[in-house]
Design a protein around this ligand. Structure first.
Ligand SMILES: NC(=O)c1ccc[n+]([C@@H]2O[C@H](COP(=O)([O-])OP(=O)(O)OC[C@H]3O[C@@H](n4cnc5c(N)ncnc54)[C@H](OP(=O)(O)O)[C@@H]3O)[C@@H](O)[C@H]2O)c1
Length: 263
């Protein structure tokens, strides 16, 4: 019997590469995203022996998410692995940001991830096994001026994941947070996280989405509760606890302030 993977945000970037690796390992993958044409085109590139399924859902829309979960429940579907990868970013001064963009990000990064984790963990616990991997970020361990709400949303992701793992592991359910540094995907573009003008992208090396996808698979096979992707993410995560706070805030401001159009 092939393993089943439910992967959100699977039409591009890290999610697509994770879906590709899972499919190539023989898994039956259910891929979720909003843009149907892009999702179907991505699914057609996966390869593997089991044809992937797709579901077009705006996970930031609570009622659409509930309808999706009800449909999965109706067919008795509980994935062996849930990868909560879909995520949005918003950089720039918090108070200047468009509230609609911030709100959509928080609904996706926090609310939808928590709902999907809760739903999957219930089914997995009843069955006695399963893995949930949540995409966090290297910025999860500190307050981040000019990337404030995004970094705070990833702090939620990391802490929820590790606490859930602690509660559930003895019942056979494993939960992990994966922490990439900046990744070469469309995430940084002006219509998404808008990081292109920041120093952080100029000064720090990035990793490719395949590297992160391998870390996701590593978290699952080795049942790790926290995975850091590469040395830069390790330094970013680890330094938060030892840097004097005001120096750290000034450094993060320098890295993330950038030059953006205000709304
Ligand atoms: N790239 C980075 O530098 C970086 C660094 C650290 C952590 N991360 C985290 O890694 C994860 C993936 O990032 P990525 O760079 O691969 O992102 P990406 O290239 O922007 O891809 C995002 C994926 O999520 C889907 N998506 C976005 N909003 C959605 C919604 N409301 N409902 C359902 N699907 C939605 C997108 O498809 P549609 O637009 O069609 O819905 C797409 O498939 C995110 O959680 C991100 O925070 C990224």
């Amino acid at each position: 019997m092939s393993q089943t993977y439910l992967i959100t945000g699977a039409s591009e970037g890290i999610g697509l590469e994770t879906a590709r690796l899972a499919a190539q390992s023989g898994a039956a993958v259910l891929m979720v995203a909003r843009n149907a044409a892009k999702l179907h085109a991505a699914a057609a590139t996966l390869g593997g022996v089991v044809r992937p399924e797709t579901a077009v859902v705006d996970l930031g829309d609570a009622s659409a998410l509930e309808a999706f979960l009800t449909a999965l429940d109706a067919r008795g579907y509980v994935p062996d692995v849930l990868v909560n990868n879909a995520g949005a970013g918003a950089s720039g001064a918090f108070v200047e940001a468009d509230w609609g963009k911030l709100n959509a990000m928080l609904r996706l990064n926090v609310q939808a991830l928590a709902r999907l984790s809760h739903w999957a963990a219930k089914g997995m616990k009843a069955r006695g096994h399963g893995s949930i991997v949540n995409l966090s970020a290297a910025v999860a361990t500190r307050p981040m001026p000019y990337f404030a709400a995004y970094a705070a949303s990833k702090a939620f992701v990391t802490n929820l994941s590790i606490a859930m793992d602690s509660e559930l592991r003895s019942g056979g359910v494993h939960v992990a947070a994966v922490h990439p540094p900046a990744v070469r995907t469309g995430f940084s573009s002006a219509d998404k996280a808008d990081l292109k003008t920041t120093l952080v992208l100029k000064l720090f090396p990035t990793v490719g989405p395949v590297t992160v996808a391998r870390s996701v698979l590593y978290a699952i096979t080795r049942k790790r509760r926290s995975v850091t992707v590469g040395p830069v993410a390790g330094i970013v995560l680890g330094s938060a606890a030892i840097m004097p706070r005001s120096l750290d805030l000034a450094f993060m401001t320098l890295l993330f302030k950038g030059k953006r159009a205000t709304v």
